[in-house]
Design a protein around this ligand. Structure first.
Ligand SMILES: *[C@@H]1O[C@H](CO)[C@@H](O)[C@H](O)[C@H]1NC(C)=O
Ligand SMILES: *[C@@H]1O[C@H](CO)[C@@H](O)[C@H](O)[C@H]1NC(C)=O
Ligand SMILES: *[C@@H]1O[C@H](CO)[C@@H](O)[C@H](O)[C@H]1NC(C)=O
Ligand SMILES: *[C@@H]1O[C@H](CO)[C@@H](O)[C@H](O)[C@H]1NC(C)=O
Ligand SMILES: *[C@@H]1O[C@H](CO)[C@@H](O)[C@H](O)[C@H]1NC(C)=O
Ligand SMILES: CC(=O)N[C@H]1CO[C@H](CO)[C@@H](O)[C@@H]1O
Length: 672
């Protein structure tokens, strides 16, 4: 019976694929007339796109996810299901002493969630003056109120922008400014951080409204059934909305300078809530635990939204805690967990924690981004996890790749689709060969001027096709108010004249089975503690606050047993390091100063962990050529004689690094 359905579909897909690949003349003519090719490419695989492209795009013009959410939340079969669970620490109790009794689980049904949203909407509209089209920034920790406000903004047709609550000073101001935020809603639990920059915001952005929100007071209002509700009129919400318009703005630390705001268009949200849950086998019994910060797309767009759209449950950890991780999962009865690679390593490396054994075998799926091959099976085996769902996506990429591994095929991969899906999906993304002399540059064949596909298991950059090169923003909305950054990610004339692709800055390899593996991040950013670190940004801060320093280059250093790369600073003083060579006092003074800068002016993940002194040479174009500094060798360079210093929290300075200390760092004795 199933075969009767699948066989014609498969033949149709194959036929479609051949037509698209060979482009016979009749098809070209047809396509020139109707320009349906970009959509057709997807229809073969993605039947559900019919709804999106035809019904939504042409008939209802309702791109907002609000409608689907509302339909489910008000459906009698769904509304009494738990939408959100929140393990909350009870004031005055201590996890070390009280264990799971230090938490209370808040359960919020779809109905209650929906009604709270309507009451929140009333407040946002009438007290805060928020209207359709306004950009509203949230400076919030993980809690249900975050979601209530987010969906209220969607109800009003406003655009939420999620700020990293650990940002302060210039980067924070930049974020608020670049998205043209009208108002910033601040969780009063984040005031510690926010207060540091409040004055500066008021001076530099006098028109931005700052509203501090006390969770308890606000929840009392929005949960109180006697308070007024507000639902925006559909025609106002939908006014002028296109499917490539932003649904949510999240920030990513790009390759140069300050954070960039990536547009998550309604189209991308659609993919995240319709394609992604299928690839990850979510269903209405899924109860997903995430302790990733909600201001990242991973937790919000690939955690909260898919869970709610499949009518499952999202369980939100306030923030990641290794000791209470399994306890929170147990008391929320979760069957799915969301990770980033670093978290998996903490979990696998840790000694046994409370309730770990109680959770053994209960997790059907762990999914996320950045799980390394060396701990993939360890994670599954230690916690009895049935399947791993690894995905690859970037905040700004047009879509994601997925690898659902339950039977050993695709361990360590970011994609392991079957042959047919593979052929169709690979129209969307490809690897390109890199210049053998500089792996940040894409190789072009000198004869044809075109790029090439790398060989099996050869490194190449992942690039993603822009379906319609004439309307780049339809597939790749890029960054908010930053066309230079947006278009600098595009390359043209790649495999044939006139095509256009988006660069990912990530190096991958593809094996003989067609599985794709992540190899490394390229160029001027590296990842550390799940965050992108922009080397330029760190360099700028160091140079700004240390007048004795002439030049500084930051690179990422691989540290054994750690995910990502640790910041490694090469420093050149005003008189070319001569002053510190024979003067210990001077050296200590400079190290101390650098330490202060790191702590005061850089977020924890961006602090250089290692420092060495080096004369920095410039290339012909007066740019520092970073290439020669990449991949520094720890602890003491190639010859083992280099003097290297490490960020020493206990002494509050950078202290000399030696083999012994390095060994303690790699075995986890000293936490970086
Ligand atoms: C939430 O639901 C769980 C059962 O899933 C229950 O143990 C817990 O007591 C509930 N929390 C509250 C506050 O009612
Ligand atoms: C980030 O901000 C939160 C809330 O203020 C605070 O609890 C946390 O310690 C901060 N994290 C870092 C790494 O600074
Ligand atoms: C932040 O500043 C406000 C006044 O501007 C003050 O009431 C509050 O206590 C401060 N909070 C923290 C955590 O520093
Ligand atoms: C890191 O950079 C990638 C690629 O630019 C981006 O997709 C991702 O969202 C960034 N992550 C964070 C935490 O900003
Ligand atoms: C840097 O160059 C100066 C001479 O210009 C030299 O005296 C010094 O030893 C060099 N320092 C290092 C760390 O290479
Ligand atoms: C009962 C109900 O309203 N279900 C809808 C919930 O959302 C899904 C996914 O968008 C729809 O397909 C259902 O019709």
């Amino acid at each position: 019976m199933l075969g009767l359905v699948i066989a014609p579909l498969a033949i149709a897909s194959l036929f479609g694929y051949i037509v698209l690949k060979t482009e016979p003349t009749w098809f070209k003519n047809f396509n020139n007339k109707y320009r349906i090719k970009e959509d057709l490419q997807l229809v073969g695989v993605l039947g559900s796109f019919f709804h999106h492209y035809v019904i939504q795009s042409l008939i209802t013009k309702q791109f907002s996810l609000w409608y689907e959410f509302e339909l489910n939340a008000t459906n009698p079969n769904v509304m009494n299901t738990i939408a959100i669970k929140y393990p909350k620490s009870i004031k005055g109790k201590n996890f070390k002493i009280d264990g799971e009794n230090s938490f209370i689980v808040e359960n919020i049904t779809y109905k209650d969630f929906y009604e709270s949203i309507l009451r929140m909407s009333y407040i946002l509209k009438n007290e805060f003056g928020i209207e359709k089209g306004d950009v509203v920034s949230l400076y919030f920790m993980n809690k249900p109120l975050f979601l209530i406000i987010w969906f209220s903004l969607w109800n009003l047709g406003a655009i939420p922008a999620f700020l990293n609550y650990n940002l302060t000073s210039n980067p924070l101001i930049h974020c608020i400014k670049v998205v043209k935020s009208k108002i910033v809603l601040i969780d009063d639990e984040c005031l510690n951080n926010f207060n540091k920059t409040k004055q500066q915001i008021e001076n530099e952005l006098p028109n931005v409204l700052l509203k501090i929100i006390n969770e308890e007071n606000m929840l009392e209002k929005v949960n109180n059934k006697i308070n007024e509700q507000f639902r925006e009129i559909n025609s106002i919400r939908d006014l002028n909305v296109k499917y490539w318009d932003p649904a949510v703005l999240v920030f990513t630390s790009g390759t140069t300078g300050l954070p960039k705001s990536a547009v998550n268009s309604w189209r991308k949200i659609y993919m995240a809530t319709h394609l992604f849950p299928k690839a990850m086998h979510f269903s209405s019994i899924s109860n997903i635990y995430t302790a990733m910060p909600l201001y990242h797309g991973t937790a919000s767009i690939l955690g909260v939204l898919p869970a709610l759209i499949v009518k499952g449950t999202i369980s939100i950890g306030h923030k990641f805690s290794l000791s209470s991780y399994w306890t929170q999962i147990k008391i929320c009865k979760c069957n799915t967990i969301q990770y980033v690679g670093e978290v998996c390593r903490y979990l696998v490396d840790s000694s046994i924690t409370l309730n770990e054994n109680e959770c053994y075998g209960k997790i059907q799926l762990a999914y996320g981004n950045g799980l390394r091959p060396d701990i993939w099976m360890k994670l599954k085996e230690r916690f009895g996890i049935k399947a791993i769902g690894e995905f690859y996506s970037s905040s700004e990429a047009p879509f994601a790749t997925t690898c659902y591994e339950y039977n050993g095929i695709g361990i360590g991969a970011i994609r392991n689709n079957g042959y047919l899906a593979d052929k169709i999906l690979s129209l969307q993304y490809k690897l390109v060969k890199m210049d053998p002399n500089d792996e940040t540059i894409i190789y072009r064949n000198p004869n044809t001027g075109l790029c090439e596909v790398p060989g099996i298991n050869e490194k190449g950059e992942m690039i993603m096709r822009i379906l319609n090169p004439k309307n780049i923003k339809a597939t790749f909305p890029g960054y908010v108010n930053d066309d230079i950054a947006t278009y600098s990610k595009i390359i043209r004339d790649v495999f044939k004249k006139g095509d256009a692709w988006v660069r990912s800055d990530d190096l991958m390899r593809i094996d003989e089975l067609g599985c794709i593996y992540f190899v490394d991040r390229m160029g001027d950013t590296y990842r550390w503690k799940s965050e992108n670190v922009s080397t330029t940004e760190v360099e700028n801060q160091i140079l700004e606050f240390n007048k004795e320093i002439k030049n500084c280059v930051i690179v990422g250093a691989k540290v054994d047993n750690h995910e990502g790369r640790a910041g490694y600073a090469l420093i050149q003083t005003q008189n070319d390091n001569k002053d510190i060579e024979n003067n210990l006092n001077k050296l200590n003074e400079i190290l101390k100063e650098l330490y202060e800068t790191s702590i005061k002016h850089l977020p924890h993940f961006a602090r250089p962990v290692f420092i060495t002194f080096q004369n920095i040479s410039f290339s012909d174009s007066h740019k520092i050529s970073k290439k020669i500094f990449r991949d520094p060798i720890l602890p003491c360079g190639k010859n083992g004689l280099l003097k290297v210093y490490y960020l020493d929290g206990s002494k509050k300075t950078y202290s000399p690094l030696d083999d012994n200390i390095y060994a303690r760092i790699t075995n986890g004795d000293i936490r970086l």
